[in-house]
Write a protein that binds this ligand. Structure first.
Ligand SMILES: [Zn+2]
Length: 469
C-alpha cells in the first residue's frame, strides 16, 4: 500500500512538472511598430493619437517611428496631445523627409561607404535632433522610407546614438529573426514572422489570428523569438498613401502643390481601429506572448560583443569559410573572428569600403612579410574602425577575404605561410535583385541599385544572428 502511494506521488509530481514546463514556454516577443510619416493630411495626426490611446488602453507599448518633418508639423500645428501620447510609447526615427526627393537609396547609390555615411548623417541627422527636441527622447531605432535602404546608414546611425534598425525589406536577412549587422540590432526581413491583420479585409480576423498563433507556436518550439507587426497611422484614415499622390516615380512638387490623399469615411476608420484593437487583444491573450518596444528588444538581445571562443575553433572555421560562427555561448561575426585572430580586443568595426582583388601571386608568404601584413591590418582597423579592403604583402595585395583565410590557416611556427583563398559565405544572406529590392512607387521608374547591395555584402563581415539572453 505504502509503495503504491509513493509511485502515485512520483507520477503526480512528474505530471505537475511536465505541466509547469509546458506552461512556462519559451517567450514570444511582439514588436508592434507604426511608421508615423504623413505630414500632409492632418487627419493622420488624429489617427496616431487614437492608436496610441487604444494601445495604452490595452496595456501595450508600441514603437512609433516618426519622420522628422512629421514631428515638426505636429509642433507647428500645436498637436502636443499627439506628441505626449506617442512619447508614452517609444519613439523611433523614420528619416528626415521620407518621400521628398532624393530619398536615401537615390542619394547614396553613387557614393562610397565613408562618404555616404557622412551624407546620410548630413541629410537625416537634423531630423533625429528635431525628434529629440520635440519628444524629449533620443529615437531608439531607425527604419528607411519605403525600400530606400543603404548600408551607409549603419555607421551614421551608430554615431547618432541610434542602436536598433527596425523595418522590413529584402536587402539582408537571417533566418527571419533578429540579427546583428553593422553594429546595430536589426529586426528586418522577418519573413513568416512579419505579420498583420489586413485593414482591407483581404483576410478574416479568424485567419489573421490563426496565422499569429502558428507563428507564436513555432517560435515557442524553437526556444523563443520575435514577431514583427507594423502599420502606418495614415492607413486608418486615408484610402491612398499621402506620398503616393505627391512623390510617385521621383516626382518632387513644391509644398504649395501638395495634394491631400483621399479620406476614409468615419465609419470605415472606426472599423480599421477595431481590426487593430481586436488583433492586438488576441495576440496579447496568447500564452507566453509579450509586447516589447525596440529598446526593450535590444535589452533582450544584449550587445554585439562576441563571446570568448578558443582560437583553434575560430581558426578552423575561418580557414574554411568566412561567415558567422554560432557557439553555445553566442555568435561571432567574421569580423569578430578576424579581430580575434589578429589578437585585437573585440570592438564594433565596419566591413571593407570597397572590393579589391588579390594581386599577390605566390603560393606562400615568407613569415616575416606576413607578420608585417598582420601589423599593417591591425593598424588600419584601429585607425578606421573598419576592415581594410586588401592587405599589402610587399608590392602585392591579398583581398581581405584571402588574407583572413590565410591568417586562419597559418600555423604559428611556419617559416612560409600558405596562401588560402576566400570563401565569403556570408554573402548568401543578401539580395541579388537590385530592382526588386528597391521597388517602391516613390523611387524613379525602373530604379535599381546593385551598388548598394554590393556595399551591403561587403558589410556582411559584421553579420551574425542575435541571441536572446
Ligand atoms: Zn514609411
Amino acid at each position: 500500500m505504502q509503495q503504491w502511494t509513493i509511485i502515485i506521488r512520483v507520477i503526480l509530481f512528474m505530471l505537475l512538472f511536465a505541466a509547469a514546463t509546458l506552461r512556462a514556454g519559451a517567450p514570444v516577443y511582439v514588436v508592434l511598430w507604426f511608421d508615423t510619416e504623413d505630414y500632409i493630411e492632418p487627419a493622420s495626426d488624429d489617427a496616431a493619437l487614437r492608436i496610441a490611446h487604444d494601445l495604452a488602453g490595452l496595456g501595450v507599448r508600441a514603437t512609433f517611428k516618426v519622420v522628422g518633418e512629421k514631428a515638426r508639423v505636429l509642433e507647428q500645428r500645436g498637436r502636443w496631445d499627439v506628441v505626449r501620447a506617442l512619447a508614452l510609447h517609444e519613439i523611433g526615427f523614420h528619416s528626415n523627409f521620407h518621400s521628398m526627393q532624393p530619398t536615401p537609396s537615390l542619394y547614396l547609390r553613387d557614393l562610397g561607404f565613408v562618404e555616404g555615411a557622412a551624407e546620410f548623417e548630413r541629410r537625416e541627422g537634423p531630423g533625429a535632433v528635431d525628434l529629440q527636441r520635440i519628444f524629449g527622447v533620443r529615437p531608439a531605432c531607425y527604419g528607411q522610407p519605403g525600400s530606400s535602404w543603404a548600408p551607409q546608414a549603419n555607421p551614421a546611425l551608430r554615431r547618432m546614438g541610434i542602436p536598433v534598425y527596425l523595418d522590413e525589406g529584402s536587402h539582408v536577412g537571417l533566418d527571419s529573426q533578429p540579427f546583428w549587422y553593422g553594429g546595430l540590432l536589426h529586426i528586418y526581413n522577418m519573413g513568416r514572422f512579419q505579420l498583420r491583420a489586413p485593414l482591407d479585409r483581404s483576410e478574416t480576423a479568424a485567419k489573421s489570428n490563426e496565422h499569429f498563433d502558428q507563428a507564436a507556436a513555432e517560435l515557442r518550439s524553437r526556444g523563443g523569438g520575435v514577431i514583427s507587426i507594423y502599420y502606418h497611422p495614415n492607413e486608418f484614415v486615408t484610402t491612398e498613401f499621402w506620398d503616393g499622390v505627391n512623390f510617385s516615380k521621383g516626382a518632387n512638387p513644391e509644398r504649395a502643390d501638395w495634394r491631400r490623399p483621399h479620406r476614409r469615411t468615419e465609419a470605415d476608420a472606426e472599423r480599421c481601429y477595431g481590426v487593430l484593437r481586436d488583433y492586438v487583444a488576441h495576440a496579447k491573450s496568447v500564452p507566453d506572448v509579450r509586447f516589447v518596444t525596440a529598446r526593450e528588444a535590444l535589452e533582450l538581445y544584449g550587445s554585439p560583443a562576441p563571446p570568448a571562443v578558443e582560437r583553434a575553433r575560430v581558426a578552423a572555421h575561418m580557414a574554411a569559410r568566412q561567415t558567422f560562427l554560432v557557439t553555445e555561448t553566442g555568435a561571432l561575426s567574421a569580423a569578430d573572428m578576424l579581430l580575434s585572430l589578429l589578437r585585437m580586443p573585440p570592438e564594433v568595426v565596419d566591413g571593407p569600403a570597397t572590393r579589391i582583388a588579390s594581386t599577390y601571386e605566390g603560393a606562400s608568404i615568407p613569415r616575416a612579410a606576413f607578420e608585417h601584413a598582420k601589423a599593417d591590418a591591425v593598424s588600419f582597423i584601429r585607425g578606421n574602425q573598419r576592415l581594410p579592403a586588401a592587405v599589402w604583402i610587399g608590392s602585392g595585395k591579398l583581398s581581405i577575404g584571402d588574407f583572413a583565410a590565410t591568417l586562419a590557416g597559418a600555423g604559428d611556427g611556419d617559416a612560409e605561410v600558405l596562401v588560402r583563398r576566400a570563401n565569403l559565405e556570408f554573402e548568401k544572406y543578401f539580395s541579388n535583385e537590385p530592382r526588386k529590392a528597391f521597388d517602391w512607387p516613390i523611387h524613379p521608374e525602373g530604379f535599381s541599385a546593385p551598388e548598394l547591395l554590393e556595399l551591403g555584402k561587403l558589410q556582411g563581415w559584421t553579420l551574425k544572428p542575435a541571441r536572446l539572453r
